[in-house]
Design a protein around this ligand. Structure first.
Ligand code: SF4
Length: 325
């Protein structure tokens, strides 16, 4: 039994002040409570932020502002989100189960930890759980693991679907800390493992996620989230792709593309996006972009299938986005 203190914050400022001495924020608790039950995380204090006014979804000055405590199901079903950013709704509905989506928050979705089985098993080595202990997955069972941006310390993937859509939509994360507010481009929020796999993201220990902002865009008509997984519900992605196109007739004016299930962070494919711009929206164009997207991918013993699956999922996502299927 882990002993911990519990505190309810009544303001964001109070939550930030309380974020010291191994304290952790709790909202939906859909990942943190599991990790505590399994002794993977043992915070000395939990700061419950559920009473903070951070649940709204609003459109203001050319951007959508989604509060950190907005529920995954609330965002997925929101009329404004469905109208302006259906890609986000599709990605959210591809994640977890209905019950979890009803509890999990936007901020918690971003902060969830990898589902690498070695990370969850405290009898086995894991540099992310216990820095310096080794990486069980490197020479172990690594079917679910990364093919981009790995290091010799960690090859885990980030498990979120929502974050794959948000990185493709150029979202901004607004955080609050002792020195005030900070705005982080979504692509800079999660990090690659490098020599410090214990750090999942660039949020400082005394910072709190307040909201996520999505700038207006022209991708709402032609977008698709395609997730390939071992079963059709309540499973993490083997490979997923968020694809969005701004079409002028049959030509691509601009494209957005990101992958999930392939890296320690949601993996934006900017070179492939550049290759799509100005081209006709055909399967041949999509196949060429997929080849560019996969450059630099490196497989381990059990996940070489991702090298073949990845480009096929990209092509299918783009075909769906373009209305070719
Ligand atoms: Fe731990 Fe990362 Fe290795 Fe998994 S891949 S065992 S999370 S260090």
């Amino acid at each position: 039994m882990i002993q911990f203190q519990y505190e309810r914050a009544s303001t964001a400022k109070a939550a930030v002040s309380a974020l010291a001495n191994n304290a952790k924020i709790i909202a939906g608790g859909t990942n943190l409570v599991d990790l505590m039950k399994r002794n993977v995380m043992a915070p000395a204090k939990l700061i419950d932020i559920n009473s903070l006014p951070l649940r709204s979804i609003e459109q203001q000055n050319g951007k959508m502002i989604i509060g950190a405590l907005a529920l995954n199901s609330q965002v997925a079903d929101d009329k404004l989100v469905l109208e302006k950013h259906p890609l986000l709704s599709k990605a959210l509905n591809a994640g977890a189960s209905a019950q979890i989506r009803n509890m999990a928050t936007v901020g918690g979705n971003m902060m969830q930890r990898t589902r690498c089985s070695y990370f969850y098993d405290t009898a086995l080595p894991c540099n992310k759980r216990e820095p310096g202990s080794g990486c069980g997955a490197l020479e172990g069972v690594n079917r679910m693991h990364a093919i981009f941006g790995t290091s010799d310390k960690c090859i885990a993937v980030h498990p979120s679907d929502m974050c794959v859509a948000l990185v493709a939509l150029d979202a901004i994360v607004v955080v609050s800390g002792p020195k005030g507010e900070r705005r982080i481009p979504f692509d800079d929020f999660h990090r690659l493992p490098g020599s410090q796999p214990e750090k999942d993201n660039t949020l400082q220990k005394d910072e709190l996620i307040i909201s996520v902002e999505i700038p207006d865009n022209t991708f709402s008509k032609n977008c698709h989230y395609f997730k390939v997984r071992d079963r059709t519900s309540y499973a993490f992605a083997l490979v997923s792709v968020a694809a969005a196109l701004d079409l002028d007739g049959k030509n691509i004016k601009e494209a957005r593309l990101a992958m999930g299930g392939v890296a320690h962070k949601p993996w934006r494919l900017k070179e492939a996006e550049k290759a799509l711009a100005g081209k006709p929206a055909t399967e041949e164009t999509f196949r060429q972009a997929a080849e560019i997207a996969m450059q630099g991918a490196k497989a381990f013993k059990h996940n070489a299938f991702k090298l073949k699956l990845g480009p096929n999922v990209i092509v299918e996502a783009l075909k769906n986005a373009a209305g070719l299927v």
